[in-house]
Design a protein around this ligand. Structure first.
Ligand SMILES: [Zn+2]
Ligand SMILES: [Zn+2]
Length: 117
């Protein structure tokens, strides 16, 4: 089974965390676990370079953000990085400061490319 870790930023606490994801037989990715992870640790492990394509579902065990508890997440259209999302219709990306408006859904067809932050 293929498993990776995504780096996600929480805008509430301005902290990052890791999300463990697993690729299932149908080709979709499932979020199975979340844990506190700072950017230095993430860079050491190469998690900031994680690349994913497809859906990002969540399992029943998925605990949500370790900082704010939300299960929602959104991908910035500018920097392509992921952050917590509490169903706001607009928010500022905690990674790059991009003003994201018209947020509709964040669970379908992700294309995470990673890269420097
Ligand atoms: Zn959060
Ligand atoms: Zn951004």
């Amino acid at each position: 089974m293929e498993a990776k870790v995504l780096l996600v930023k929480c805008p509430t606490k301005r902290e990052t965390f890791g999300v463990r994801i697993q690729k299932m037989d149908d080709g979709d990715w499932w979020r199975t676990w979340a844990f506190k992870l700072n950017t230095a640790q993430a860079q050491n492990e190469g998690y900031d370079e994680t690349q994913v394509q497809g859906n990002l579902n969540e399992t029943e065990e998925y605990p949500g953000c370790p900082h704010c508890g939300t299960h929602g997440f959104v991908q910035c259209g500018k920097c392509k990085k992921i952050s917590c999302w509490k169903h706001e219709t607009s928010m500022v990306c905690p990674w790059c400061g991009n003003n994201m408006s018209n947020i509709v859904t964040a669970t379908s067809k992700f294309d995470v490319t990673g890269g420097a932050f």
